[in-house]
Every structure is written in C-alpha cells, then in structure tokens.
Design a protein around this ligand. Sequence first.
Ligand code: PEP
Ligand code: MN
Length: 344
Amino acid sequence: MIIVMKRDAGQDQIDHIVEKITEWGLTANVSRGEETNVIGVIGDESVIRTKPLEVFPGVESVMPVLKPYKLASTEFHPDPTVITIPAVKDGEKDVVLGGSDVVVIAGPCSVESREVLLETAHDVKKRGATILRGGAFKPRTSPYAFQGLGVEGLRLLAEAREEAGIPIITEVMDTRDVEMVAEFADVLQVGARNMQNFNLLKAIGRSGIPVMIKRGLSSTLKELLMSAEYVMSQGNGNVLLCERGIRTFETMTRNTVDISAVPAIKGESHLPVAVDPSHGTGHRDYIVPVARAAVAAGADAIMVEVHPRPEEALCDGPQALLPEEFGGTVNELRAVAKAVGRGL
Ligand code: PEP
Ligand code: MN
C-alpha cells in the first residue's frame, strides 16, 4: 500500500500515520520528495485495507499495490486453473475446463419436460457438447413467467445425465438450496442476477462443487473477480467465469457481449473463462459469429441454448439454436479452435 501525502502535510501528520501503521503490526517507509512525501506500507495488505486511511489528516490518496482478489489473481497463482469434471460413467471422458480443449456447454434454457430434456441431451451430446445445461430454478424478471420445475427439474437433469452420460450444470438461486442442488449437479451456476449474492457465493465456496459465475448485468470485471474471490476464500478454487453480455445503451441485441472480457480476465486471473452468446445477444442468428469471436479471443468454454422446438420453449426460445444448427456451430467452432492452437 502506498500513501501519498498532501503537499502541505506536516511532519506531525506523517508521524501520526507511521505510529498507527506500526500499531497495526506493519512497517512504514517514508520517502521524502521535492513535491510531496509518500509512505510505503509493508506487511499484510489485507490488514490495512480495513483501515480508513483516506480520512487521516494530511493524506492525499491511498494506492493499493496488490490486487484485492488475491486468490483469483495471477499474482499469487501464475499457472492456469484447470477444472476437471469426472466422467459421469464408464466409457465417458472427464471434462476439462481451462485445458487445451474448448468445452461446449449446451441445452435448453430451462428444464421444461422429460421429453424435451432427454431429446436435447442426446442430441447435443451427439453433436459435440460435453456438458448439458438446463435451469430447474429460473431467475425470471417477471414473477408471472415460468419459474422452473424446481426439484422435479433436478430429478429430470439427473436422469438425462445418467441416460446420455453427460455432466450437468444448473443454476442455484438460494443459499438454502446449495447442498440439495449440489447433490444433482456436476457444476453449479450462479446467474448474472446473483453474481453479488455474497452469502450464496460463500455457501458454494463451502460446498467445494465447481461453479460457473456469470457476470452481472452491470458488473465490472473487477466485481466479477471479487465474486470469484468470495467462493475461493471458502476453499473452493474450481471457479469458471462467464461473460454473458452486459447492459449498454444498445437495444438491437439483448445485451452487449464484451469479447474483450476474455483477454482482460485472462490477463488478471488464472481462472478459466466461458462466453454465453445466447444470453449475450438474445438472437439465434448472432450466436455463431459471437461464439467464433469468443473462441478466437481465448475462451475456454462456450455456453449455448439449444431447443428442439424453440417456438414451444417456455423460456428464451428466440436465442436457442435448433439441434442441427448446433451441430454446424460446433464444427465452425472446432475450426476456429484449431486456428488458435486449441482442440474441441
Ligand atoms: C441462464 O443461463 O439460464 C441465465 C438465466 O442466464 P443469466 O443469469 O446470464 O441471465
Ligand atoms: Mn436462458
């Protein structure tokens, strides 16, 4: 931490700060300049972060030297995090997130019925998806919209997982449900609207189950990394971060996909990154070009919504690919992955 003093700060004000820093068990180094003086603080930065140094008399500004997301940052963990989802049954492969291969996650927005889910599970698996998505608890803007099948949806996901031999990711919305959802899911999902539900993040951290955290509608990448830090601070390092579009003034797309989030997160963090062009764009026709861009930018996973009859979907039909379109999408992504030195 570096404390920059005001030009007119007196020696008594510097002494007062040095005294406090020493009292907190840290070391202060005063550097005297022609224009102003700075105090370098050496020791556990987390101690000093809790102190309101800005309000001390004579202080101009306070600059942290280390990132506030210590566990998520490459500063302390330079090697990329690789999350391994064990194969769900014999004959299947483990799924590796953050490794050399790009992972494709696909499935309906929500679990609507046994028939649609099983059909989609077999279909997306056959065409190259290695994780099945589907929401049993749905965060809907309107309380009158379909809210998901709840526990019954989880049971159907478990059946699809077993039948198709594919791991599943599903959203958990409530802290009280974490343990229960974790019994069914291979990967938990924290939705955009819950990205800063800190109690939920802590509970997921304690569960130890891999989690994908989606970027909040209006959240900065720093805030997203701090959400990862919440999970990691409880001992769960299996965190996948997901760019799913943010809110901007643009209305032609549902959200604005921030492709630069991929290299930006990768520059700051060792955690794997996913991109969701379905929620990102809201339009089936834009999914493929945006997914291609995401893979080219270095995404470790792509999440897309797929529905056999989007016109009948209870949620997000306009942004769902048909299974055959999904197959074509995977082939296109495979070519892009190859061009950037990755497999799929
Ligand atoms: C979802 O993936 O099912 C979802 C609701 O997405 P988001 O939280 O990004 O809106
Ligand atoms: Mn959806």
